[in-house]
Design a protein around this ligand. Structure first.
Ligand SMILES: NC(=O)c1ccc[n+]([C@@H]2O[C@H](COP(=O)([O-])OP(=O)(O)OC[C@H]3O[C@@H](n4cnc5c(N)ncnc54)[C@H](O)[C@@H]3O)[C@@H](O)[C@H]2O)c1
Length: 256
């Protein structure tokens, strides 16, 4: 009888012992990413503006550092980096999983809501990158943002969100070029519509849900767990020559 070989931990995708800072860690995607990294031996500093969501992910990963923080404020970003360095002595990678999804017809889109979406999804993503990169100058590091299929796809009522995510994908390319020589790799994941607190209310509308699924060639919504393979690639030795990319993990959504 032939025995199945034991699974081996592949050093190519190893994150064990590395330190990752995650903003938006209490969110639907951030929480699952944090758990996946913790299960693989990573050391984590978790930040979110939402105290309850942060407490939930902190309870799931008691060994992680947790702190309420607004990524839209430079002082909070600097504190996030400082706290992480104080606790762990290093930052190997930083993940920005914070974001907002306001939807409205362009003709009636509220100016303040539009500006807030650009502020959090794009401007704060820039400040986040700049602040963590400052601390990666000597040793290099990985920065991963969450872009979206909306970086490419033009859905009605997504004027603010799609603009912010298209900007984010292009910003990742520019930062990747600027920081490549310092071995700071900057990439993004591009998920398809996934049921999380961000999308739950929209997906409660049966028509919206049906159309969303119909637009995905693989015939289902995304799941947070779908992102973990690509996330591990972008953080681990296996991703050491990948920079400036948005990796679409979308069941084919951006092919149509
Ligand atoms: N869920 C999807 O369908 C989907 C698809 C594509 C891309 N994305 C992107 O993935 C990221 C995570 O989305 P999600 O579905 O997990 O959303 P979510 O709402 O579940 O989580 C987002 C988290 O970000 C936090 N946050 C918001 N503003 C913040 C701020 N100023 N400072 C710190 N934290 C802040 C929220 O408190 C929340 O915990 C977002 O950028 C989103 O645009 C989501």
């Amino acid at each position: 009888m032939t025995r199945k070989p034991e699974p081996v931990a592949d050093p190519l995708f190893n994150v064990s012992g590395s330190t990752y800072l995650i903003a938006g860690a209490g969110g639907g995607l951030g929480h699952v990413m944090a758990k996946a990294l913790a299960e693989r031996g990573a050391r984590l500093a978790l930040f979110d503006i939402d105290t309850t969501a942060l407490e939930r992910v902190g309870a799931a990963i008691p060994e992680a550092l947790t702190q309420v923080a607004d990524i839209n404020e430079q002082a909070a970003l600097s504190e996030m980096v400082q706290l992480t360095e104080n606790r762990f002595g290093t930052i190997d990678g930083a993940i920005n999983a914070a974001g907002l999804l306001p939807m409205a017809a362009a003709a009636t889109f509220d100016e303040a809501v539009f500006r807030q979406c650009i502020d959090v999804n794009l401007t704060a993503a820039f400040l986040f990158s700049k602040t963590v990169a400052e601390h990666m100058r000597d040793a290099g590091g990985r920065i991963v943002h969450i872009a979206s299929v909306s970086s490419l796809v033009a859905n009605p009522e997504y004027a603010a969100y799609a603009s912010s995510k298209a900007g984010l994908a292009q910003m990742v390319r520019v930062l990747a070029r600027e920081w490549a020589a310092q071995n700071i790799l900057v990439n993004a994941l591009g998920p398809a519509l996934t049921e999380t607190p961000l999308t739950r209310d929209y997906l409660a509308d049966p028509g919206f849900r049906r159309n969303a699924i119909a637009a995905i060639p693989m015939g289902r919504l995304g799941q947070a767990a779908d992102l973990i393979g690509a996330l591990l690639l972008l953080l681990s030795p296996g991703g050491g020559f990948i920079t400036g990319q948005t990796i679409y993990v979308d069941g084919g959504r951006t092919l149509v």
